[in-house]
Design a protein around this ligand. Structure first.
Ligand SMILES: [Fe+2]
Length: 245
């Protein structure tokens, strides 16, 4: 009887640790392939803000120059500085951001918020482009159709994720560990890499729906901002990111 009770206790303990925090599969082939394909996986909590890949006015009229200037030089710069300050002198100072994200609950909320803010904006700048008229092609387009039925339906689902996110947050298109495309939204500066987030995956497209991303130009009309976003998506970069699958 005593053996049975001990066995039940051990099984219960194992189950508790197995499901706590829903750890991202850091040791599986999917993760390792992604690590080798995306240079951003080398970044740590001690990182500089990357140069914006275009001029502040390059995304007009979808996003105005003043919004881009404040967003990049004030908001993103602040997340970057605060992340560097929050990780300096800690025993995780040289850990890759992605490792921090996969065990988010182990670190102070300050690290989660600012490392998330640093990374999410870094990604956001790169998935936009002043080159218009692009659309998904080839394998990536097929994956979109497989997951959502059509490109238009995908745009509707992603747009709704951004429009309906309550308060500040982000809309995401990610590749999950089965290689499938999934849409989700997150509050604050969370992202799909984080262990505290329900829908996990490698982000390939994101949209910032914090008011600081659109309020100067669109005021309360978040939906108009989301609709205008489709004119400036850098589908070439998004497709490249999809190749981590
Ligand atoms: Fe932002």
């Amino acid at each position: 009887m005593k053996k049975v009770i001990v066995s039940i206790f051990v099984v219960a303990l194992f189950a508790t640790f197995s499901f706590a925090g829903k750890p991202f599969p850091a040791d599986n082939a999917f993760w390792n392939k992604a690590l080798s394909k995306l240079a951003e996986f080398q970044l740590t909590g001690q990182s500089k803000q990357m140069p914006l890949p275009y001029a502040y006015n390059a995304l007009e009229p979808s996003i105005d120059a003043k919004t881009m200037e404040i967003h990049y030089s004030k908001h993103h710069a602040a997340y970057t500085k605060n992340m560097n300050d929050a990780t300096a002198g800690t025993d995780y100072v040289s850990k890759p951001l992605f490792q921090l994200f996969t065990e988010t609950e182990k670190y102070p909320v300050l690290v989660k918020n600012n490392a998330g803010g640093f990374y999410n904006h870094l990604l956001f700048w790169t998935v936009m482009s002043p080159v218009s008229g692009q659309e998904p092609q080839g394998d990536f387009l097929k994956a979109i159709k497989d997951a959502f039925g059509s490109f238009d339906k995908f745009k509707e689902v992603f747009s709704n994720a951004g429009k309906k996110q309550f308060g500040s947050g982000w809309a995401w298109l990610s590749v999950n560990e089965n290689g499938k495309l999934v849409v989700s939204s997150t509050p604050n500066q969370e992202n799909p890499l984080m262990s505290t987030t329900e829908v996990r995956g490698i982000p390939v497209l994101t949209l910032d729906v914090w008011e600081h991303a659109y309020y100067l130009q669109y005021q309360n009309r978040r939906a108009d901002y989301v609709d205008a976003f489709w004119k400036i998506v850098n589908w070439k970069e998004v497709s490249r990111r999809y190749d981590v699958k």
